[in-house]
Each structure stands twice: as C-alpha cells, then as structure tokens.
Design a binder for this molecule. Structure first.
Ligand code: GLN
Length: 532
C-alpha cells in the first residue's frame, strides 16, 4: 500500500481538501483503489457540536459519524464510502489515550505526546489501511503548518514516513503564492517559510501545490523549487478555478500532478481517463439554460454552511443540462417581509436543515408561498418539519401548530421529540444519526422520482413528525410518502395538487455525486425548469 500525506501552509481555506480529493479522482481514474482520510487538529471530539459560523457544514457518514465537510469532497470526488475511521480529531486521539491511561494500560509509565499520542495517530492510519484496503491512502492534515495543535500529527507522519520507507510515501504541501499588487509580483517567501517549518519538524515535501491567482512563471517556479527543495516539475500550479471546483482535477492533471505522484510511488498505471468527468464539467460551466433557485436559510452568508446542498444542486442542474442562479434568502429577514418580494421570480424554493428557532418563521412563510403559488419545493430535515408546521397551521387550521423544539409546551406539537431522544442529555453524537431505510408508498411522486420503493438515506435529527396528527393532515391533502420500515417514523412527505412539493426528514444532499445526482434534487430541478 502507498501513502500520500497532504499538509497545508501559509493560510487556511486553501482548498487542501479539494486538492486531496482531486488527486483522489485522478488516481482512481488511473484504475487505482483510493481511500481518503482526514486528521483534524482541534480538540473537539467531532464537529457535531460546532456552530456553522465556526466550522461550516457538518457532513454525516453512513455509520452516523459527524465529520468535517472535506469528507463530503472526498465522497463526491471519488467512489470511496467513508466511515468514522476516515475522520480523526485530536479530541478523539486524546480521548482514546486518556481512557487507556485510566484503564491502567500504561501503568508505571509517564504518558507523553511522543510516543503515546503519536503512536495512536499512526495506529489510526494502520487501522484504516486494514479496514479499507486500497492501493493509495491519502491523508489530509487539517489546519496550517505551524499550528501548535497540529504538531503531534506532523511528528506522527514524520515517524510514519521513516517506517514506510522511500517509494511508499509522498508528502504533498499545499501552499499559497500571493500576488502583491504594488510590486506586480507573485511572492514565494511565505511558502519558503512554511516549508522551512516542515523541514524543522523533519518532513520534506516532495510535491508543492501552489494556490495562486496568476500563472506561475518559470522564474517563480525555479525559485520555489530551489528554496523549497522540491524538483522543478513537482512545483504544481493550482490557479483559482474560473467556474467550478470540479475543474480542479483537470487542472492538476494538466500540471501532471498524478504522473509525478505515481512516479514517486513507483506506480506503473495507465493515464487517468477523465472523459466522463470532462463532460460533467462542461455541462456545469457551459449550461444551455439557467434556473433561479432560492435557498432559504439562516447561514446563507456563509460559503460552507450548506455546502453539500449547493453541490447537490450543481449535480442535479448538470443532469438537467442547466446552470443554477442561486438566490440566497435570509430566513430571518423574511420574517418581516412579504415572501413574494424575495421569491416572486424564483423557479423553486429549497428549505435546508437547521437547529434552533432563529429564522424558522421566515422559513415557514417561504414554504407557504411555495405551496400556495405552486412553486416547486424541496424541504430537507428541518425543511420537512417546517412544511409540516405550515400545513398544520394554514390548511388544517391548527393556528398554534409548532415543533416541540421551539415551543415545548405548545398545544399542537405536530413535530415532537423522537421517543429514543427522551432523556438524552449529552450533546455529542447523540442525535438519530446515519443511514436508515425508508419505504416509499406506491403511487406517490417520490416513488416516481426515486424509481424504487426502498431507499437508504442519512439522518441527523432529534425531532420527528407527530403521528397523532396524521389522519387530520392526510384528509387535507398532506401525503405521508415514506416511513421507516416499521411505519413508526415519517421520513418523506409530499402534497397533493402541487407540481413538486417534497420534503424529507433525512439529508439526501450527503449522497449526491457529479455523475450520480440525487433523484430528489434532479426531480426538483426538472420541476423548476418546467416552472420557468
Ligand atoms: N432541529 C431539527 C431536529 O433536530 C432538524 C435537524 C436538522 O435539520 N438537521 O430534528
């Protein structure tokens, strides 16, 4: 097995995850089996308890692990299906080491970062290699070189490189080459310094991926090569992509990144076949038509809070040969506004998941607008709960209908706490998480869209539809389109007499890929196009 470690320098948000994922795409298209793994140096056990402002989206895996959004890139860019073993934080490492210490496993010894913490980190690479055998394991180290909490990971990798032997490991450093306007020049110094920092630790990157706004001219490449001790051909230009992140693998292929990596790892494999990927990218960057979609959320000003949703829309749009004009609607602002002001010219409305009361009334008002105006609607998780509340209030006449999350003592909690959640007080990894089956009712729109009656989707929630309101709502045209196999939990709803109004308790956005868009999204965009 071969190993690639991806580190980052100078600043965060360099797109290290995308670079790792893109390399994964290229190696996979060369016929190699690739697995990706992320190390996150922060002390939280997982990002599940972190605010979207701090962390962006929490990406949920099949097994219910709540992980960093980079794992979303990994799953979208490659065929690997990840588990909790693919995501490790310092918090998890220390939790394991400390539990061992309490058990007495180190009895008599002083427990230290080296070797106990570093051994645990190396152990997690080896465990993954056993659990998910592959040709190449790509491990990305979160954070920026020089961060205090990242040091144990870099030290562990230094040891790992030594143990694995040359020809089996590549260290790839993603760095920033900034353009200084006043000087009219690209500057290599920050990269030199971040590489010097790595060398101090004993790590010698063999490949340098340079994020830059301008082309890397020969003299800049020469300088980077000499000062960073990296062969000239391994200085890779990664210019800001013009239109789509999906251009990145193609750009890195043009820079021969995958060839360089394969040479370093003595992998004699055919060239990457990127024809299908190229066709997808072409559909994304040169769409035949465009469609305006509103996403009504409370984190719309953030790039990353609804990452997988935006990506799923892109995939579904490409499948429909169109591009998306995204209208980001602030749910809170909608609370004091006529929704038609913000939504009158959109072809579809999407209400994403969320927690807490802020902005909920705005989401309800957007949902009412979509229902009444027959605008295609897709509700995800909280989006389904909001659709339920809206229908109960405005169609069934239950004026004070609400979710127990926002009005625990309310008279009509049409959304209430899951039975299994009663008595749960811990906040970490304590929701209904991961993949669960849903049976879809025959004859529904959802059955038609999915083309099957049994699906498996990923979940992350505490509240559910309250079945005591079922009959009353069904009478008025609310359709329970899918439930858990025992019929207990409502997973999927739709409305009669509406062109496309579907909402689900789960998160379909975690299972959409460029060339395998999710049916709920594809169906939604198709309906939106018909509504243009
Ligand atoms: N807050 C809601 C719940 O816990 C919805 C969660 C979500 O949208 N992910 O059930």
């Amino acid at each position: 097995m071969k190993y690639i470690f991806v580190t980052g320098g100078v600043v965060s948000s360099l797109g290290k995850g995308l670079a790792a994922a893109s390399l994964g795409t290229l190696l996979e298209q060369r016929g190699l089996k690739v697995v990706l793994q992320k190390f996150d140096p922060y002390l939280n056990v997982d990002p599940g308890t972190m605010n979207p402002f701090q962390h962006g989206e929490v990406y949920v895996l099949d097994d219910g692990a709540e992980t960093d959004l980079d794992l979303g890139h990994y799953e979208r860019f490659t065929n690997c299906v990840l588990t909790r073993s693919n995501s490790t934080s310092s918090g998890q490492v220390y939790e394991t080491v400390l539990a061992r210490e309490r058990r007495g496993d180190y009895l008599g010894n002083t427990v230290q970062v080296i070797p106990h913490v570093t051994d645990e980190i190396k152990g997690r690479i080896r465990t993954l290699a056993k659990e998910q055998p592959c040709d190449v394991l790509i491990t990305e180290i979160g954070g920026t070189t020089g961060d205090i909490e990242g040091l144990p990971f870099l030290e562990a990798i230094r040891q790992f490189v030594l143990e694995a032997g040359s020809g089996n490991v590549v260290v790839m450093h993603v760095t920033l080459v900034p353009y200084i306007k006043a000087a009219g020049e690209l500057k290599t110094k920050p990269s030199q310094q971040s590489i010097a920092k790595l060398r101090e630790i004993g790590l010698h990157p063999q490949v340098l991926v340079c994020r830059t706004e301008h082309p890397l001219e020969e003299d800049v490449r020469n300088k980077l090569s000499m000062f960073c001790n990296v062969p000239l051909e391994a200085v890779i230009e990664a210019r800001d992509v013009d239109h789509s992140i999906y251009e990145m693998p193609l750009m890195l292929q043009r820079e021969k990144l995958d060839q360089i990596v394969c040479d370093l790892l003595h992998l004699n494999v055919p060239k990457a076949d990127m024809r299908e990927w190229t066709r997808f990218v072409k559909r994304v960057v040169q769409p035949k038509k465009r469609v305006k979609i509103a996403v009504v959320g409370k984190y719309i000003e953030l790039q990353d809070a609804y990452k997988s949703i935006y990506e799923s829309l892109t995939h579904a749009a490409a499948a429909n040969d169109c591009g998306i004009d995204l209208v980001r609607v602030d749910a809170e602002e909608l609370e004091n506004q006529d929704p038609s002001e913000a939504l009158h010219d959109v072809a579809g409305v999407l209400v994403p998941g969320g927690f807490g009361e802020r902005g909920v009334e705005g989401k309800i008002s957007a949902t009412k607008f979509a229902r009444e105006s027959e605008v295609p609607f897709l509700g995800l998780c909280l989006g389904m709960q909001v659709a339920t509340i809206e229908f109960a209030r405005n169609v069934c006449g239950l004026e004070d209908a609400n979710s127990a999350e926002f009005d625990p003592q309310g008279k009509h909690c049409v959304i209430h706490l899951l039975e299994e959640q009663k008595g749960v007080t811990d906040k970490g990894a304590s929701m209904r998480l991961g993949t669960w089956p849903t049976l879809i009712k025959k004859g529904t729109l959802a059955a038609k869209v999915y083309g099957t009656s049994k699906i498996r989707e990923r979940h992350r929630h505490r509240y559910e539809f309250n079945q005591s309101y079922r009959e009353q709502m069904e009478e008025k045209g609310f359709v329970i389109a899918g439930t858990s196999p025992d019929g207990q939990l409502v997973e999927l709803i739709e409305l009669q007499n509406h062109p496309y109004f579907i909402a689900c308790q789960y998160h379909p956005e975690f299972q959409s890929k460029p060339n395998h868009p999710h049916p709920l999204f594809t169906g939604f965009i198709k309906a939106c196009l018909q509504n243009c």
